[in-house]
Design a protein around this ligand. Structure first.
Ligand code: SAT
Ligand code: MN
Length: 602
């Protein structure tokens, strides 16, 4: 049966089927009945494990292969005709060669299987902001995750009409062979191909592949931005609302910041934080001369370990129904889930993420091999489950941004917060971001690397052009958001985090929003505007950096200090990055900012 007269859709589906040769083709209509059937089928085949339906209604557990647990950056390609257009940071492959290689790998791999056709929308279906994708896949897990993470169904085909264009996504699990795993993007053809993986960011093609890599390319050509940013709204005691977008690398706390619960005395005064999105923002110029942002997703693909009642009660609440867990541990006593940092009740009888019985006695949280859940284990939860989801979540025009915040994991050097001098300097600050790597991608963890705007793995074109696009966007808006940088991850000499983070980050957000309204002064330093310690509210802060070592004003002063020598070294490092890594196409405005930083730190 055909659900559309759009020839381009039909051609894409037919060509995919001719290549992969599935026994059946099933169109995903978005109905609950069809999804329920697929869940049942997945339970039968073992692809999903049904969890305790009283405690966790409609929740399931999935385990990936042990070789397939994170994004694979070195197997992720931008396939543009000219190598130079993909730029020096992306892995590049010639499109012709890439299509041939993918066809060779995928040919006939769906024999004996079903190919599902998923029509989906990134953004509210039919809104000006939204874009439609069609993903074909042979994985029910992908279908069910996409049905949470995006808006799936026949109404997307209707929105597309007879002639509309869409992003093509082809996914085939093949043998989940890591040696033949390729995540290929063809921005010039609006096409994505993913083979030999069945893990999140590699296969939920609406997410990083479309909503960041392809969309960033489209945004540059069409005059908007696709960014790796959460979006949150702060309501003030007088009822006023302001919105902030913030870019952090994967697994650096975007979901936690997006859903934060302010400290008690803020709540008592009437402050409230609401979540518009936790990972991706599409940003456009509004008629009012401000930047407006939407979250194109419909769910959260959050990191499970460390999520708990204290760190992020809203995320935890979001996972209590209709959620798919991936690579967490299964508590076989009550068929619930567990992960490191959920609580102190280590399950006595559990199956670890690899499917083996877990030994709580041997557990040592510093030794990953003894952990029950994979460090990059995830929950896929519907956004509507979130207790603090913003009423603007489904708004078609999005929300106006007052501030843009950049942040990485930096044990030293970068202060708790500072403000850039202006838009162009803010772009410089974003371009100069570095962060310690996390388990969200394969490879070593904890290595400091450059990650401009948290977009290193997600920019679908030349990084120098991307910086230029940011500069250009600033010229288009009369009232651009103010740009800040934060660092929640400063450590003392024993490796303890100095700043409490989580809900207490509200104290920093308050300063940021006061700066946007010019309600608070700041120190004009070599790197930008840094708060006076007295202007960050640390009242009723009860945090121990280490047992017996309470956080005090001197600790705040310490993490607000600008160490000129360290920043002089940082400037050299940024210059090296520009000249040796990004190499070309660096906007003159950023070179000016770099020269100023060098001069100021002499
Ligand atoms: O695996 S995903 O790319 O979807 C999540 C992440 O790394 O941010
Ligand atoms: Mn992310």
């Amino acid at each position: 049966m055909s659900y559309t007269e759009n020839k381009k859709v039909l051609d894409f589906v037919n060509q995919s089927a001719e290549l992969a040769q599935p026994d059946n083709i099933v169109w995903i209509d978005g109905s609950e009945a069809q999804l329920a059937e697929l869940r049942q089928e997945a339970v039968k085949s073992g692809e999903l494990i049904k969890l305790n339906q009283e405690l966790l209604p409609d929740c399931y557990l999935h385990r990936t292969k042990v070789n397939d647990v994170a994004r694979v950056e070195d197997r992720t390609f931008i396939c543009t005709k000219n190598k130079e257009d993909a730029g020096p940071i992306n892995y590049w492959m010639d499109p012709k060669q890439a299509y041939e290689l993918a066809s060779e790998i995928a040919r006939g791999t769906m024999k004996g299987r079903t190919m599902y056709v998923i029509p989906y929308s990134m953004g509210v279906v039919g809104s000006d902001f939204a874009k439609i994708g069609i993903e074909v896949t042979d994985s029910i897990y992908v279908v069910l995750n996409m049905a949470i993470m995006t808006r799936v169904g026949l109404n997307c085909l209707e929105a597309l009409g007879k002639d509309g264009d869409f992003i093509k996504g082809f996914h085939a699990k093949c043998d989940v062979d890591a040696e033949k795993r390729y995540i290929m993007h063809f921005p010039e053809d609006n096409t994505i191909i993913s083979v030999n993986s069945a893990y999140g960011g590699n296969v939920l093609l609406g997410k990083k592949c479309f909503a960041l890599r392809i969309a960033s390319y489209l945004g540059r050509n069409e005059g908007w931005m696709a960014e790796h940013m959460l979006i949150l709204g702060v309501t003030f005691p007088n009822g006023e609302k302001k919105y902030v977008a913030a870019a952090f690398p994967s697994a650096c706390g975007k979901t936690n910041l997006a859903m934060l619960i302010p400290p008690k005395h803020y709540l008592e005064k009437g402050y409230k934080v609401e979540c518009v999105g936790d990972d991706i923002a599409w940003i456009r110029v509004g008629e009012d001369g401000r930047l407006w942002a939407v979250n194109p997703e419909n769910g959260f693909f959050g990191v499970a370990p460390g999520t708990n009642e204290h760190s992020n009660p809203n995320a935890l609440a979001s996972t209590q129904k209709g959620t798919i867990f991936t690579n967490v541990a299964l508590n076989t006593d009550d068929m619930t889930v567990w992960w490191e940092g959920l609580n102190k009740n280590l399950p006595e009888h559990a199956i670890d993420w690899t499917g083996k019985p877990w030994n709580p006695v041997k557990f040592d949280k510093k030794d990953k091999s003894t952990c029950a859940a994979h460090p990059n284990s995830r929950f896929t939860a519907p956004a509507q489950n979130c207790p603090c989801i913003s009423p603007e979540f489904n708004s078609k025009q999005g929300v106006p941004l007052s501030a843009i915040v950049f942040g990485g994991r930096r044990a030293s050097t970068t202060p708790l917060v500072y403000q850039s001098k202006d838009w162009n300097h803010g772009v410089f600050v974003g371009s100069a971001m570095s962060s310690e790597t996390t388990a969200a991608a394969t490879g070593a963890v904890g290595v400091l690397r450059h990650d401009p705007m948290a977009m290193k793995p997600f920019t679908g074109y030349h990084m120098g052009d991307y910086f230029q696009h940011w500069i250009n966007m600033g010229k288009k808006v009369a009232n651009p958001p103010k740009i800040f940088n934060v660092n929640w991850f400063r450590q003392d000499e024993d490796g303890n985090f100095i700043w409490p983070g989580f809900g207490d980050n509200m104290r920093v957000l308050e300063w940021i929003l006061k700066r946007c309204d010019e309600k608070v002064d700041a120190q004009d330093t070599a790197i930008g505007f840094v708060p006076y310690a007295k202007d960050i509210d640390i009242s009723e802060l009860d945090y121990e950096i280490a047992p017996g070592k309470k956080f005090g004003v001197e600790d705040l002063e310490h993490i607000l200090e600008i160490d000129k020598d360290k920043w002089a070294a940082e400037a050299v490092e940024i210059e090296n990055y520009y000249t040796n890594t990004v190499k070309s196409r660096i906007p003159a405005e950023l070179i000016d900012c770099l020269e100023a930083l060098k001069k100021n730190t002499k």
